[in-house]
Ligand binder design. Structure first.
Ligand SMILES: [Zn+2]
Ligand SMILES: [Zn+2]
Length: 77
């Protein structure tokens, strides 16, 4: 129990994977932690901090993340 992978693609509120679109699409807070949109919106309607690191957060700090477009760009020349 509790040994499921705490990978980078799992919402820490509901412990299910987020998606690229829809209610549970991936979003982040100012601290950089990622959540499903529907989960963090509900969470922040009741609390004022990140569920992962307790950094102060408000619903307006929620940022959409376009996960499918996240590509590491090598800027070294
Ligand atoms: Zn969730
Ligand atoms: Zn955080």
């Amino acid at each position: 129990e509790g040994e499921e992978s705490e990978g980078n693609d799992t919402c820490m509120i509901c412990f299910e994977q987020w998606t690229n679109t829809g209610e549970h699409r991936v979003v982040c807070l100012g601290c950089g932690h990622l959540f499903g949109a529907s989960c963090i919106q509900k969470w922040l309607s009741e609390r004022k901090h990140c569920p992962t690191c307790n950094h102060a957060a408000k619903r307006r700090d929620i940022r959409t993340v376009y996960a499918c477009n996240l590509v590491a760009v090598d800027t070294a020349e």
